[in-house]
Design a binder for this molecule. Structure first.
Ligand code: NAP
Length: 314
C-alpha cells in the first residue's frame, strides 16, 4: 500500500502537518519512536503559544494537537524510521517492523539537548545530571542546583526550578544572556536565583552522587568549586538528522535547508520544525512549518502524481 504522506516525528511540527494533511483528505501516517508531542512535552508551561492566555503545559498542548489530528483520521504508529530511500517519485520509509511507501514525506525529527562533554557528566546522568527540569525538578526540594547555559531554556527552566530548590545558580559562559528579555527580567528579580557569569563548568565531582562543580572563570582565570545537589544542562540543541545525512542539504550545524514552502532539495520531501535551518524555534513556528509542509505536499502530489496517473490512463 502507498500512503499519500508519511510524517516522521510527532512534535508540534509533525502534529500540525498531520492535522493539515489528514484534513486535506490525504492518507497520512505519523511515525514516532518516543513520546507523541516531542521535546515540548517536557515544558512545564508554554506561555507564548497564541490562544492560551493563562499558559498551557507542553504535554497538554500536544495531546490536544494529537486528538485533533486523529479526528481527521491521521494514523499514529509507534515505530522508528531507520532508513529512507527513493524509487522514482515514490519515497520508501523503513522501520524495524515494516517498509512503507509514500508519495510525499515530511521530516519533523526535531532536535535533542546538546551535551556539555565534561568529565562526570555521563557518569552522573540520572544521578544528579539532568536535561529536563520538568521531569526531575521535584527531586530537588529545598536543595541547591545549578543550571548551565544562558538561552531561553536555561533561564526558563532555572526559574521553574525555584519552585523546588532553595537556591538556583545559573552558570553562563558570558556576562550577557541570550534569553528573551522577559525571561531575563523574571530571573533577575527572583531572589532564589544567583548568576555566575563568564564561567564554564570543567568537571562534575562526586562519589555516589554529585557533590560539587569545578568552575573556571574565563575573565579572572580562577578555578573554584561550587557545592550543588544537582545540575541541569541547557547548552543548546542538536538536530536529529541521522536519517538524512548525505541525501538532504544540511547547514554546517546539521539542520535541514528548505525553501519557504518547506521543500528540501529532494522533490516531494519536506522538513518542518526544529530540524529546519531557521531563525526562531518556537511551537508557533513549528506548527506553521508543519501546516506549510502539508499544504506544499498536497500541491506536489496533485501536480506530479495526478499528472502521472492521467498519462498512464491515456
Ligand atoms: P540556545 O538558545 O542555543 O542557548 C544555548 C545556551 O548555552 C547559550 O547561552 C550558549 O552560550 C550556551 N552554551 C552553548 N554551548 C555551551 C558550552 N559548551 N558551555 C557553556 N555554555 C554553552 O539553546 P536553548 O536555550 O536550548 O534554546 C533552543 C531553542 O529553543 C532556541 O531557539 C530558543 O529560543 C527556543 N526556546 C524557546 C523558549 C520560549 O520561547 N519560551 C523556551 C526554550 C527554548 P552563548 O550565549 O554564549 O552562545
Amino acid at each position: 500500500m502507498q500512503y499519500d504522506v508519511i510524517i516522521i516525528g510527532s512534535g508540534p511540527a509533525g502534529l500540525a502537518a498531520g492535522i493539515y494533511a489528514a484534513r486535506g483528505g490525504l492518507n497520512t501516517i505519523i511515525l514516532e519512536r518516543a513520546i507523541i508531542g516531542g521535546q515540548i512535552t517536557s515544558a512545564h508551561q508554554v506561555e507564548n503559544y497564541p490562544g492560551f492566555p493563562d499558559a498551557i503545559e507542553g504535554f497538554e498542548l500536544t495531546e490536544r494537537m494529537r486528538q485533533q489530528a486523529e479526528r481527521f483520521q491521521a494514523k499514529f504508529l509507534d515505530e522508528e524510521a531507520t532508513a529512507i530511500g527513493m524509487e522514482g517519485l515514490c519515497k520508501i520509509v523503513e522501520t524495524r517492523e515494516h517498509k512503507y511507501r509514500t508519495k510525499a514525506l515530511i521530516l519533523c525529527t526535531g532536535a535533542y539537548p546538546r551535551r556539555l562533554n565534561v568529565p562526570g557528566e555521563q557518569r552522573f546522568t540520572g544521578r544528579g545530571v539532568s536535561y529536563c527540569a520538568t521531569c526531575d525538578g521535584a527531586l530537588y526540594r529545598d536543595k541547591v542546583v545549578a543550571v548551565i547555559g544562558g538561552g531561553d531554556s536555561a533561564v526558563e527552566e532555572g526559574i521553574y526550578l525555584t519552585h523546588f530548590a532553595r537556591k538556583v545558580y545559573i552558570i553562563h559562559r558570558r556576562d550577557e544572556l541570550r534569553a528573551q528579555k522577559i525571561l531575563q527580567e523574571r530571573a533577575f528579580q527572583n531572589p532564589k536565583i544567583e548568576f555566575i557569569w563568564n564561567s564554564v563548568v570543567q568537571e562534575i565531582h562526586g562519589s555516589d552522587k554529585i557533590e560539587k562543580l569545578e568552575i573556571f572563570n574565563r575573565v579572572t582565570q580562577e578555578i573554584s568549586f561550587l557545592p550543588v545537589d544537582g545540575v541541569f544542562i541547557y547548552v543548546g540543541i542538536l538536530p536529529n538528522n541521522k536519517l538524512l545525512e548525505s541525501r538532504i542539504n544540511l547547514d554546517e550545524a546539521g539542520f535541514v535547508y528548505t525553501d519557504e514552502f518547506m521543500h528540501t532539495n529532494i522533490p516531494g520531501v519536506y522538513a518542518a520544525g526544529d530540524i529546519r535551518h531557521k531563525v526562531l524555534r518556537q511551537v508557533v513556528t513549528a506548527t506553521s512549518d508543519g501546516a506549510i509542509a502539508a499544504f506544499s505536499a498536497e500541491k506536489w502530489i496533485r501536480d506530479n502524481y495526478e499528472a502521472l496517473e492521467k498519462t498512464e490512463q491515456n
